[in-house]
Design a protein around this ligand. Structure first.
Ligand code: FES
Ligand code: FES
Length: 473
């Protein structure tokens, strides 16, 4: 048994040792402590243990005997008022997923040092990543809070109704700051099942067989879903080219491809369940670069070939303008893949709704596209599919594709039970398409005064294994 206190109240837990983050969120329903990575890297789960800030995803309950844990829900009324006001006033809250952890780090500083320098503040939040605000406003918010505490200032009353001609706080800033914002991952439903995809072990391989017989023996196993369970096994916002699951006999295109979905009763044993599914492959040489993909003898990843789209835009007579220019320079520039790194990994919770319908709570960026694709996938009329956007913990364009929504919807629709699908940070990095790396050969011409007279640009963009938003980008 583990006994300690959380926010001043004694708690006990009997059972297998687990991470404090899981205990806070799942056993105590204290969802203000956020889960951005579960790996001690992001700081969204920051709590105080005996006044010292720590990452709740990195502490086991067995280390907490007799200790006192403080989460964002355990702030005093005065602290709640000051921190939420200052963060809102400074514009330090956008998606808000990092903010409760930031505030706990701020508290750990201000409790010991009421008059910190900017450098002190920077040091205090070094372990907290924010992908939205750029830190400056967060630092301002913490310095502002220090003044409010030091000088015992009253927090101004509620602002008047915001108008476009006045400066006002974000309407959702305060409750997000205090950990009261509901993101998809925070949803709790009785009887909720949990699902996780088995991903391809190889970037390019033919799936020869899927054997879930060992997983089926596990007490937490509920069901495995494969392409055979999907009414229409292809999705894609703009181009329908992305299999929900790679069927036996077909070829994978990247390691994010889902082979099947394992549904279980306990999120803690999902990893084990997926590891018990045996998939055999015929491994094939992958196509890793644009140059390889463009070769005449490159294997075609899609029936139409490896080029998604080609655009040719011409204005004026470029050749002649270049020929007549005083100076001409040709250079090749490249940009890398860019990971969006939103703080909240992808999550969807789906429930059966009405007669044969489905309701999907989602952290995605485009619910109408999701509704369209799920209705196509399930071969249901759109009015049978409802997609509900929860707070989105950052997206930056990386949550526009289907990642978990379709899997959750499929499982809930088939099993007639609520199902959550949440990606781990590693899965998130593997699965969602990235900002396209580009190779740009630019020829720029100018006259004697340096005025640009012509430009020729040949740009190749790598959209990855699937079209995603590659065409419009
Ligand atoms: S550091 Fe704990 S969830 Fe990221
Ligand atoms: S506000 Fe910090 S990650 Fe979004």
């Amino acid at each position: 048994m583990y006994a300690f206190s959380v926010n001043g109240k004694p708690v006990q837990f009997e059972g297998e040792d687990k991470k404090l983050l899981r205990f806070l969120r799942e056993n105590l329903n204290l969802t203000g402590t956020k889960d951005g990575c579960s790996e001690g890297a992001c700081g969204t789960c920051t709590v105080l243990v005996d006044g010292v800030k720590m990452k709740a995803c990195a502490i086991l309950l067995s280390r907490l005997a007799g200790k006192s844990v403080t989460t964002v829900e355990g702030l005093s009324k005065r602290e709640q008022e000051v921190y939420s006001y200052c963060f809102a006033e400074a514009g330090a809250v956008q998606c808000g997923y990092c903010t409760p952890g930031m505030i706990i780090s701020a508290k750990s500083l201000l409790d010991k040092n009421p008059d910190p320098s900017l450098e002190d503040v920077k040091k205090a939040i070094k372990g907290n990543i924010c992908r939205c605000t750029g830190y400056k406003k967060i630092e301002e918010a913490i310095l502002m809070a220090a003044v409010y505490f030091r000088e015992n200032l009253s927090v101004p009353d509620q602002q008047e109704e915001p108008r476009l001609d006045m400066r006002f706080q974000r309407v959702d800033a305060k409750f997000k700051a205090l950990g009261k914002g509901m993101y998809t991952v925070d949803i709790r439903i009785d009887g909720l099942l949990h699902a996780k995809a088995v991903r391809s072990a190889h970037p390019r391989a033919r799936v020869l067989s899927i054997d879930a017989s060992e997983a089926e023996k596990h007490p937490d196993f509920v069901r495995v879903l494969t392409s055979a369970d999907v009414p229409h096994n292809i999705i894609g916002h703009i181009k329908q080219d992305w299999p929900v699951f790679i069927p036996v006999g077909e070829i994978t295109r990247y390691t994010g491809d889902a082979i099947c979905l394992v549904v279980g009763r306990d999120p803690e044993t999902l990893e084990k369940l997926t590891s018990l599914v045996q998939v055999s492959y015929e491994v094939l040489p992958p196509v890793l670069t644009m140059q390889e993909a463009l070769k005449d003898d490159a294997p075609h990843l899609h029936a139409g070939g490896n080029v998604l789209s080609a655009e040719h835009i011409k204005r004026g007579n470029v050749d002649e303008a270049i020929r007549k220019s005083k100076h001409v320079i040709t250079r090749t520039y490249t940009t890398p893949y860019t990971e969006h790194a939103f703080m909240e990994p992808e999550c969807a919770v789906a429930l059966p709704e009405g007669e044969n319908g489905v309701l999907v709570h989602t952290s995605g960026q485009s619910i109408y596209d999701e509704q369209h694709e799920i209705s196509l996938m399930l071969q249901l009329p759109p009015e049978k599919v409802h997609c509900h956007s929860m707070l989105v913990g950052g997206g930056f364009g990386g949550k526009e594709d289907m990642s978990v929504q379709h899997h959750a919807a499929l499982a809930a629709w088939i099993l007639k039970q609520p199902v959550k699908v949440k990606l781990s940070r590693q899965e998130s990095l593997t699965v969602h398409p990235k900002r396209h790396p580009m190779e740009m050969k630019l020829t720029t011409a100018c006259d004697e005064q340096g005025r640009i007279t012509a430009m020729r640009a040949i740009i190749d963009a790598n959209t990855g294994a699937y079209a995603s938003l590659g065409g419009p980008v």
